[in-house]
Write a protein that binds this ligand. Structure first.
Ligand code: BDR
Ligand code: CA
Length: 314
C-alpha cells in the first residue's frame, strides 16, 4: 500500500547542511529515525547534534549512533567547514534526550523489515552505516522504497583533499563501493549539482532573518560555514544535504536527470574515492544511479524556507 505521507529514514553526520535537511524533513514528512555516522566531525558530536535537531524540530524521532570510523582506513573530518563540534562552535545547550542503544546499522535493517516498501532512505553522510546494513541484510534494497544519496562529483570537480573526490565518498570509499555495487537503483545528488544550486547569500540571509526560533538557531550554527563559503569564492551557500533532501521530499522538482553506471575508485593515489561515471555506456554494466543534474531552484528554496519555519519563501 502506498503511504499518503512520505516516510523517511535519514542516515546523517550533522553537520550544518545535514541540519537544514533534517529540519526540512521534519517540516513535512514522518521521520522514522536518524541513524548517525562519523564524518563532518566525530561521532559523539554528530549524535549530540542529531539529538539537538530533533529537539528543535519538536519531534520524538529516535536517534541511533552508528560507526565511529570508516570501514577500512582513517579519514580527516570537515571541522574546518562546520566547526569543531559540527555546529559552528556556538556552545548550544545539549538536548536532554539520549540516543537509542541500538546500533544505526541494526536500526536500518530492522526498520526496513518492519516497514517493507515504505521508507525512503536519505543518505547524507559517509556510507559506513549503510554499507554495514547491506552486509547484514543483502536484501535491504528490496525493502526500501527509494534511496537518495548525497555524494560524489560526477565530472571530477570534488571538494575533498583528493581533487576528483567528494567528502562523503572520499571519507569512506570502501563503504561507498559496497553501496554503489549492491544497490540496483538509487538517486544520486552530487556535489557539483549542489554547487550549481547554492543558495545566493542574499537569499540565504533573508531566510535566516525569519523571526522564528528554528531560523535563529540555524543562523547561529551556520555562521562559520557561511563565512567559509564566502571566503572560498562560492556563488552562495552550498547546502548539499538540503538539496538531496529536497529531491527526496519532492521528486517532481527534478528537471534533468541521467541514468548511468557509477563506480567507486578504491586504489588511485590521486583519485581514491572518485565517483567514476560511465557517461558513454562503455563498460556494459547496467546503470545503477539516476544522477540529478538540475532542479527547480524556486521549489528547492521554498522547501528550505518551510524547514526553517517560514510559511513560504520570503
Ligand atoms: C557532504 O559532505 C559533508 O561535509 C556535508 O555534510 C555533505 O553531506 C558534501 O560533500
Ligand atoms: Ca552530511
Amino acid at each position: 500500500m502506498t503511504p499518503s505521507r512520505l516516510h523517511l529514514l535519514i542516515d546523517t553526520d550533522p553537520g550544518v547542511d545535514d541540519a537544514l535537511a533534517i529540519l526540512m524533513a521534519h517540516a513535512q514528512a514522518e521521520v522514522a529515525a536518524l541513524t548517525v555516522a562519523a564524518g563532518n566531525v566525530g561521532l559523539a558530536h554528530t549524535v549530540a547534534n542529531a539529538l539537538k535537531l530533533v529537539e528543535h524540530a519538536g519531534a520524538a524521532t529516535p536517534v541511533h549512533a552508528g560507526c565511529a570510523t570508516p570501514l577500512v582506513l582513517p579519514a580527516a573530518d570537515a571541522a574546518f567547514v562546520h566547526g569543531s563540534d559540527g555546529f559552528g562552535d556556538v556552545g548550544y545547550v545539549p538536548a536532554s534526550t539520549r540516543a537509542s542503544a541500538e546500533h544505526a546499522a541494526n536500526a536500518i535493517v530492522r526498520l526496513a523489515r518492519e516497514r517493507p516498501g515504505e521508507l525512503t532512505l536519505v543518505a547524507l553522510a559517509p556510507l559506513t552505516n549503510l554499507a554495514l546494513a547491506l552486509r547484514l541484510d543483502p536484501a535491504l534494497p528490496t525493502r526500501i522504497r527509494r534511496l537518495v544519496v548525497m555524494g560524489g562529483a560526477v565530472t571530477g570537480r570534488g571538494n575533498f583533499e583528493r581533487v576528483p573526490t567528494e567528502f562523503n565518498i572520499g571519507f569512506d570509499p570502501e563503504a561507498a563501493h559496497v553501496v554503489f555495487a549492491n544497490w540496483p537503483q538509487f538517486e544520486l545528488v552530487d556535489w557539483e549539482a549542489c554547487v550549481r544550486h547554492a543558495l545566493p547569500f542574499a537569499r540565504f540571509d533573508a531566510l535566516l532573518a525569519g523571526a522564528g526560533e528554528r531560523a535563529r538557531f540555524y543562523a547561529a550554527i551556520s555562521a562559520k560555514a557561511r563565512a567559509f563559503n564566502a571566503a572560498n569564492g562560492r556563488g552562495g551557500m552550498v547546502v548539499a544535504d538540503a538539496l538531496a533532501m529536497a529531491v527526496a521530499l519532492e521528486p517532481a522538482l527534478v528537471r534533468r536527470v541521467e541514468r548511468r553506471h557509477v563506480g567507486i575508485e578504491l586504489a588511485g593515489t590521486l583519485t581514491r574515492g572518485a565517483t567514476v561515471v560511465d557517461w558513454e555506456g562503455r563498460n556494459g554494466q547496467a546503470p545503477n544511479a539516476s544522477i540529478v543534474l538540475e532542479v527547480d531552484q524556486a521549489r528547492f528554496e521554498a522547501l528550505v524556507a518551510r524547514g526553517l519555519g517560514l510559511a513560504q519563501a520570503t
